[in-house]
Design a protein around this ligand. Sequence first.
Ligand SMILES: Cc1cc2nc3c(=O)[nH]c(=O)nc-3n(C[C@H](O)[C@H](O)[C@H](O)COP(=O)(O)OP(=O)(O)OC[C@H]3O[C@@H](n4cnc5c(N)ncnc54)[C@H](O)[C@@H]3O)c2cc1C
Ligand SMILES: NC(=O)c1ccc[n+]([C@@H]2O[C@H](COP(=O)([O-])OP(=O)(O)OC[C@H]3O[C@@H](n4cnc5c(N)ncnc54)[C@H](OP(=O)(O)O)[C@@H]3O)[C@@H](O)[C@H]2O)c1
Length: 548
Amino acid sequence: MSIAPRPPISELIPESAPFTPEQRTWLNGFFAGALSLDGGITPLSPTESAALMAGAPAAKTDDDDDGEAPWHDQTLPIAERMKLAEGRPLRRRMMAAMAQQDCGQCGYNCQDYSDALFAKTEARLNLCVPGGKETARTLKTLHQELEHSPSTPAAKSPEPTPGPTPTPADATAARAAARGRSRDNPTQAKFLSRTRLNKQGSAKETWHIEFDLKGSGIDYTVGDAFGVVPTNDPVLADAVIAALGAPADFPIGGRTLRDVLIDGVSLGTAPDMLFQLFSYITGGDRRQKAKALAAGEDPDGDAATLDVLAAIHKFAGIRPDPEAFIEALDPLQPRLYSIASSPKVDASRIALTVDTVRYKINSRTRLGVASTFLADRINPGDTIKVYVQKAHAFGLPADPNVPVIMIGPGTGVAPFRAFLHERMATKAPGRNWLFFGHQRSNYDFFYEDELTGMKAQRVLTRLTLAWSRDSDQKIYVQDRMREVGRDLWAWLAEGAHVYVCGDAKHMAKDVERALIDVVATYGVRSVNDAVAFVADLKKNGRYQQDVY
Ligand SMILES: Cc1cc2nc3c(=O)[nH]c(=O)nc-3n(C[C@H](O)[C@H](O)[C@H](O)COP(=O)(O)OP(=O)(O)OC[C@H]3O[C@@H](n4cnc5c(N)ncnc54)[C@H](O)[C@@H]3O)c2cc1C
Ligand SMILES: NC(=O)c1ccc[n+]([C@@H]2O[C@H](COP(=O)([O-])OP(=O)(O)OC[C@H]3O[C@@H](n4cnc5c(N)ncnc54)[C@H](OP(=O)(O)O)[C@@H]3O)[C@@H](O)[C@H]2O)c1
């Protein structure tokens, strides 16, 4: 049955009506639901899905771009994202090359990073960690286009800027100048402690980690992330030195090869440049293989397993000049962790919830550099380099009365522990509902005592748990959301803000889909309207994500 077109949900109640924004959103949702007569649930089309992930469109600019970003969906493969960006200005295609997580690891969000590259206020093309080699390769190609374009911003003669309007260059400089406020200018904090959050017998290794911030100059807000500048495992550095057959004390820029391998370069995924270097110093079949690997091909089907050490082993006997070898590697990048504490409880301490990355490939255990740095290689009393990455639209509502729904399986619980501590410390009257899930209830119930205690004190109004490996049936947070959909809708209708934290690739999208189903079913509206409702929540800052 078709119905007459009607104004979008957000316009049903005019701005001038005597309601607060929360009331207006609720009423708009209510009337849109009541008006919806075609309420069946159908799968989302790719366009609907992309529109939903895109959230608020970017502002229009003078290159006549429409500001829409249909590629802004972290679950789309890069080829699809680039296709969606075909025919768009270069800066927009650069954005489509990013991993679309707005995770902040590069120090920007996806759009700001691409705009900074385009404006040439940022020269580093390899900052998008989740995008990996694919993003770096695509950006390299796009950057060549930028270099050859006659009318790039840098090529234009600079216009005098009237008044004090800050430029992107000012913003970059300001970020870099403030100590402890950016990856470019970290400060020092003292490592205090680590406590295992899983019980003996868990398949996971997750740590509650605390730092002392005294003297660091750092302040933070719940929702922010903490940047950790790690060092590589010295055992791995020594294995690389042995495989190269180079002296550990070979001088490189006033330091030793070993020191640079420990704290200067990434020993993770072998970069294209390394294979390029190998192709120059080897011959025959090996040269062809190295060339193919440098071009992103996979001649032996093992490319994904090649970290720096495995790459040297693959070309056994290769002896690059140590300096050229170091030049060919990527710099070691900091890692971000959602902050799991509130400064309103103790401004001089900060807590993290860190899952340790260890996995085996061909009998060698590979170590996640930062997570094992935190889990194994630092000791209480050590000072390490850190910074705070301010949240990009992820934080508690300004109004302490607003109810919040927090969905955070696994380490995704971290910022919600911070939110709950903050709301407890500030005696915020708003209701709090946490969805937490993990593998097994007996082993992986992080912060169990704290959360059940907060529930007893009614700080945590509701705690909904999903255990994926307690039985044969996988139960995920989104399954629980559907089970309690009626109540979830009631909270939403009362103006609740929704927060999601954790895995970006699968969980975040699945949770969003569940929310759409809940809105469609209990808000009695079509899927299209439910999609629009959730997109509206995003635009109004009522659906916020911190995903990685
Ligand atoms: C905003 C933000 C907040 C974050 N918050 C948290 C948090 O609260 N807690 C948390 O634990 N993490 C969090 N992360 C993730 C964190 O930043 C790191 O990415 C994570 O700790 C891994 O880093 P690493 O240096 O230990 O591993 P890396 O050295 O970066 O290695 C990780 C890489 O190893 C590979 N890998 C991992 N497992 C396997 C496997 N089984 N098989 C094959 N390859 C594999 C993958 O390529 C993966 O990308 C957050 C990230 C962001 C962007
Ligand atoms: N690359 C990936 O595919 C992937 C996936 C998840 C996490 N990670 C990364 O692993 C690190 C640590 O993760 P973590 O300790 O926070 O735990 P996690 O691995 O995210 O697991 C937390 C819980 O989420 C469940 N889960 C798995 N897929 C889900 C989905 N699609 N929707 C909802 N829940 C789902 C897990 O169940 P089961 O384990 O039983 O499936 C587990 O119960 C993070 O860096 C994260 O990004 C990567």
